[in-house]
Design a binder for this molecule. Structure first.
Ligand code: DLL
Length: 446
């Protein structure tokens, strides 16, 4: 019998020593990125027009053709699309490749209507994993770090998207998914991960879970949080970083274009997500006039995919409101401010526009109030009324929390310009979520 050869008979690729060589486009200059964007947008326009009848119809109806695209600015010649475009192609009529080339299908939750189905080729999945890995590295995660992934697995892109990125980076990953808070506490305590991935509000729920189990969250092994999938504020970052004694960074994305990892925040600057512009072309538009706005002005994010094979997406209106700024830690890629909210989540109360993230920011300035709150809109006397239910902190007395509630009411009036009722409730009484937290309860139509 021939002796067993215990060394690997196949070659295992090793990443180059210099991490900047792993992913050269991450470090491209602005000019290099723009040159790449032009080439890749041109390819995407032709790919969509030639292979997706819905794009061909749309562009023919608008009298435009991919050949009209001769410089990056020409993208404005092409019409926007939105969820309705994808819904009309439900489930997968907008595929630009045959089904035999698809390797994964995901779907959005469909909270605002019928779910949107999205698909990926093998190349799409590789690109996705590499961008998630890039985002994680930017946020302080290193190969070899143990990652606890509490984003939901399944049709939601968060769980599997983050999972493949962690494997790409070379990290042991615990595929925990969302929910089962006690089990999460146990796994984190026993397996001692360095990194946690989940929504910011679920990390707060986990912090409560640790406290209930008699463990100070600071004493856990967690050193980095890569948090996203819902809006969160600087105040929330401070809360989380001090609760866990960790660095918490933002990660952004949406299923229609990819999933998590379209942008990630650099731990050294913590100044908003850099959008990975070698694969996505962002624009900011005025959501009413739809005019494209210059960098530095706030508006609605619109994205075009540059390399997606399965489902090319051109000028998709996200409804996410933010501002584009020059890159810092990754100078070739622009950054965005934290997402203020989705335009569909904007509350218009007697003419004043309001987002839950604005309430979060103000509430977290007040020591006696916790970040656990929800907004209820009612219409008692044919006048819209907003009530904010907010938990007092366990460390604050009822009287302190009531006084804090009055301060919050005054600040909302002063800084946002709207009147509301504040209902301070007991700790641990409002619903927690294991994923995206629902903050708005519109009870007017009931
Ligand atoms: O939430 C993808 C994701 C998973 C991102 C995990 C980050 C981490 P969707 O379910 O399609 O995909 O929801 C996309 O969520 O348009 C935003 O409104 C919101 N969103 C995602 N990331 C952030 C963030 C995933 N970092 C929608 N800040 C987007 C604020 C975010 N909002």
């Amino acid at each position: 019998m021939t002796p067993l050869n215990l060394s690997h008979p196949w070659a295992v690729p090793t990443p180059p020593e210099d991490p900047s060589m792993w992913d050269p486009e991450e470090h491209y200059s602005r000019q290099q990125i723009q040159d790449l964007q032009y080439e890749r947008l041109r390819w995407t326009l032709h790919h969509a027009y030639n292979n997706v009848p819905a794009y061909r119809q749309l562009y023919d109806d608008h009298g435009v053709h991919p050949n009209d695209f001769t410089s990056l600015n020409d993208i404005t010649l092409f019409p926007y699309i939105d969820k309705a475009f994808l819904r009309a192609s439900y489930p997968l009529k907008a595929l630009a490749v045959p089904m035999k080339d698809i390797r994964r299908i995901h779907a959005s939750s469909g909270t605002t209507g019928q779910p949107t189905v999205v698909a990926y080729t093998a190349n799409d999945l590789k690109m996705w994993a590499s961008l998630v890995a890039r985002s994680f590295r930017a946020s302080g995660v290193q190969p070899g770090h143990v990652i606890h992934n509490a984003y939901g697995y399944g049709l939601f892109t968060g769980g599997l998207g983050a999972h493949n990125g962690a494997e790409w980076l070379g990290c042991p990953i615990i595929p925990m998914s969302g929910g089962q808070t006690e089990k999460q506490i146990r796994m984190i305590t026993d397996l001692k991960p360095d990194v946690i991935l989940c929504t910011p509000t679920y990390l707060l729920a986990l912090a409560d879970g640790f406290v209930k189990a008699g463990i100070d969250p600071k004493d856990t092994s967690l050193k980095y949080g890569v948090l996203g999938a819902e809006p969160w504020t600087e105040g929330m970052r401070e809360e989380i970083e001090s609760l866990f004694d960790m660095k918490a960074c933002d990660i952004y994305g949406l299923s229609e274009l990819l999933g998590p990892g379209m942008g990630g925040e650099a731990v050294e600057t913590q100044d908003g997500c850099h959008l990975w512009e070698d694969h996505f072309y962002p624009e900011i538009i005025d959501p009413i006039s739809t005019e494209v706005l210059p960098d530095g002005q706030s508006g609605e994010l619109v994205f075009s995919s540059l390399t997606r094979e399965a489902l090319p997406i051109l000028r998709f209106r996200t409804h996410d409101l933010t501002t584009l700024r020059p890159g810092t830690a990754r100078a070739g890629h622009r950054r965005m401010d934290r997402i203020l909210g989705r335009s569909d989540d904007m509350i218009i109360l007697r003419g004043v526009n309001l987002f839950p993230s604005q309430i979060e920011e103000l509430a977290l300035e007040i020591d006696a109030l916790s970040p656990h709150f929800l907004l209820e809109i009612t219409r008692p006397n044919r006048m819209d009324e907003l009530t904010i239910k907010i938990e007092r902190r366990a460390t604050a007395s009822l009287a302190e929390a009531e006084a804090g509630g009055q301060v919050l009411r005054a600040r909302i009036k002063d800084r946002i310009g709207c009147s509301c009722n504040i209902d301070v409730v007991e700790p641990d009484t409002l619903a927690r979520s294991s994923g995206k937290l629902r903050r708005i309860y519109d009870l007017r139509a009931l």
